[in-house]
Structures are given as C-alpha cells and as structure tokens.
Design a protein around this ligand. Structure first.
Ligand code: NDP
Ligand code: GDP
Length: 344
C-alpha cells in the first residue's frame, strides 16, 4: 500500500530534499507550508517536485489547524522540519522562536496522539543543543548546553518528543543533526552567504564579503545525505535518538578559503581577531573582512559529531566530503550569478 508522509517546513532546504527522496520511494507526499502572500517554492521548483507534492497550509502556532490537517491527511509518517531555524535571528525574536520551535512540537505531538498514535514521527533536533560543548565529539549521550534561544527551544522540542515516546508509546524519533548545507541552503547561513557573495564578487556585483566570527568551527555535511537518515530512522522497529554528522570539522575561514579556490580567487589572510581580512593575492583587492556587528551575543565555538550509532544501527553514512560540498555550492552559485538568477 502507498505510504503517505506529511512534511512540515516543505519550503525549506531539508523539506525539498526529503520530498524528492520520498517521492522517489513511491510515497504520497503532503507538504505543509505556512500561508503567506507569496509562498516561497523555489527549492521545490529547482528539484522539479512542486507539481508532485500536495501542498497544504499549516501553521505551527495554530493547534486547531494542525489537528485538522492531521485528520484530513491521515499520514503514516510525519517529519517535523518547520522551524525558525536561524540562530542569530533567534536572539532578536526569542519568544516567537520558542513558540514555533518548542511548543510547535508539542502541538504536533498532541495532534498525533489525538488523531492516530500509530503515526511515525521525526523531530528535527540539532547540534546547536550541545552549544558550549561538554565533550568532544558529541554523541546522543552528551549533555546539552544551548547558547541561543534557538538552541534552548530545540532542547524543549527534543525532550517533549522523548517524553511522548515514553508516555504514550508513540513512534517518535529525533535526529540530532549537525550543520548540513547545499545549494538550496538559505542565504542567512554562513556557507551559502559565502558562496553567494563570492559569486557576486566574481561578477562585479558585490564589493566585499563581511563575516562575523571566522574562527567558529562546524561539522558540515550535505543535506541530501542527511534527509536519507531521517527516513531511515522512521523505518526502524523502535523509535530512538540519533546523531547525524560527518565527524570532521572546519572553520568558517577554511570554508571561505576553499570556496575562493573554487571561484579562482587566490586568497591570502592577514590581521588578527576583528582585524582579520582576506585579500586577492593577484589584484590586492579586499575580498573578505570581519564585521564585529555580526558577532553573536553567545557563540558556539565548535561542534563535531560522532554518528557511530546511526552508522551501526541504520547503516547511515555521509557520502559527500567537505571539499565536495564546498565545490558543489560554489559552482552552483557561480552558475546562478552568470545567469543573473542569484537573488539576495
Ligand atoms: P529552513 O530554514 O530552510 O526551513 C524551515 C522551514 O520551516 C521553512 O519551510 C519555513 O517556512 C518553515 N516555518 C518556519 N516557521 C514556521 C511556522 N510558524 N509554521 C509553519 N512553518 C514554518 O530549515 P532547514 O530545512 O535547513 O532545516 C530543517 C529543520 O532542521 C529545521 O527545524 C532546523 O531547525 C533543523 N536543523 C537544521 C540543520 C541544518 O544545518 N540545516 C541542523 C540541525 C537541525 P518559510 O519558507 O515560509 O520560511
Ligand atoms: P549555525 O551553526 O546554525 O548557527 O549556522 P550558521 O551558518 O548561521 O553559523 C555557523 C557559524 O558561522 C556560527 O558560529 C556563526 O557565528 C559563524 N559566522 C561567522 N560569520 C557569519 C555570518 O556572517 N553569518 C552567519 N550566519 N554565521 C556566521
């Protein structure tokens, strides 16, 4: 029988890749989006899946709406990918972020409990929950120490998912996913900001790439690899929590270096702290500089995950390397800039 999936956050990066994956597996895919004057469907269009996904309006702040959608769609699997997902912005809108990313999860779980407790549920937890890390690398057992309203809200979303699993026997899993990127990543995030800006600099449409803390280190993987792990979790006989990560770290500065190399810009760095800047060795032109206004009130300096459990139990492993990821993103943004389709 055809399986039916409901994906919240369908218009986001992971929503688009997951929809493509599930459609390829023969699922009937319902995509939940938040209503707005103009719904942003460019990612679904790029992956050529918009006409295959059944779009349905669902707002995470509105329980009655979620309940009706759950009752109407009658999904076998629900993937909760919707969130205010940008850490820096969560300091500006902490209450909204807590409501969507924290209580939003309870609203969905309550709807599942009411409509059909047999539904398999995936919660998008995050490595940001580890924040000021208590051990290196981080596993499913590492204590959380969030450093932003986003991280704190996701800790609540994580534990309420565990609680509904233990209290009501709901097949509710969490994926503690480390940063995963792609050419479909939002422009606010540092990886895509770097590739999009460098592409525009190459075309003479932007002067300088301004960044915050370029020494921050992340475990960056490829989004398409990670959505596959989400699906694997929901096929298991028992629901659990899993870390998905590459186990490799690189700094923001290394990301800039590699992307500049792909774009054909020979970059040399000088200065320290807030004075760090990158210059084109051939032309002497300033390409990249630090703007302290982009520092965060509290920073997560380093995240590196151990995905041993997912590897052993699910057979999951990332396929794309750091170098492959940067190259893919940089080339795609150069192509978009050349065609004039790179928007800011
Ligand atoms: P995106 O920011 O690309 O997508 C977020 C989605 O949530 C968008 O579709 C957005 O809609 C939707 N959304 C936001 N607020 C609401 C709301 N109030 N009601 C309904 N929908 C809403 O995130 P990603 O695809 O990158 O991430 C998917 C999930 O995984 C998120 O929960 C994120 O926090 C989590 N995560 C992501 C990681 C990553 O590195 N990408 C790492 C770990 C966890 P709209 O298009 O209208 O804005
Ligand atoms: P996050 O890990 O979810 O916060 O993902 P981001 O891509 O937003 O940020 C990753 C790291 O890059 C964080 O430590 C940021 O402080 C750092 N960073 C440095 N400069 C920037 C910038 O200009 N934009 C963003 N988004 N992050 C930056």
């Amino acid at each position: 029988m055809t399986k039916r999936a409901l994906i919240t956050g369908i218009t986001g990066q992971d929503g688009a890749y997951l929809a493509k994956l599930l459609l390829g597996k023969g699922y009937e895919v319902y995509g939940a989006y938040r209503r707005s004057a103009s719904v942003n469907t460019w990612r679904l269009c790029e992956l050529d899946v918009l006409d295959k996904v059944k779009m349905i309006a669902m707002e995470l702040l509105e329980f009655t709406n979620i309940l009706r959608v759950m009752d109407k769609v009658k999904p076998d699997e629900v993937y909760n990918l919707a969130a205010q997902s940008f850490v820096a912005f969560s300091f500006e809108q902490p209450i909204y972020t807590s409501d969507v990313d924290g209580l939003g999860v309870t609203r969905i779980l309550e709807a599942i409990r009411t409509v059909n407790p047999k539904i398999h549920f995936y919660q998008a937890s995050t490595s940001e929950m580890f924040g000021k890390v208590r051990e290196i690398p981080q596993t499913e057992q590492t204590p959380f120490y969030p450093r932003s309203p986003y991280g704190a809200a996701k800790v609540y979303g994580h534990w309420i998912t565990v609680n509904y699993r233990e209290s009501y026997n709901i097949h509710a899993s969490t994926g503690i996913l480390f940063n995963h990127e792609s050419p479909l990543r939002g422009l606010d995030f540092v990886t895509r900001k770097i590739t999009a800006s460098l592409a525009r600099i190459c075309c003479g449409k932007e002067e300088v790439l301004e960044l915050g803390n370029v020494e921050a280190k992340r475990d960056w993987g490829y989004a398409e690899d990670y959505v596959c792990g989400m699906w694997m979790m929901l096929q298991e006989p028992a629901a659990e929590d899993y870390v998905l990560a590459t186990g490799e770290i690189h700094s923001v500065r290394e990301f800039v270096d590699k992307a500049a190399q792909v774009a054909g810009i020979p970059l040399v760095w000088s200065g320290e702290g807030a004075d760090v800047h990158g210059i084109d060795r051939r032309s002497g032109k300033l390409i990249c500089r630090v703007n302290p206004e982009l520092y965060r009130p509290a920073e997560v300096d380093l995240l590196i995950g151990n995905a041993g459990k997912a590897r052993q139990k699910l057979g999951w492993a990332p396929k794309i390397t750091f170098a492959g990821l940067v190259e893919m993103m940089m080339k795609k943004d150069l192509e978009r800039a050349a065609k004039g389709t790179l928007q800011f």
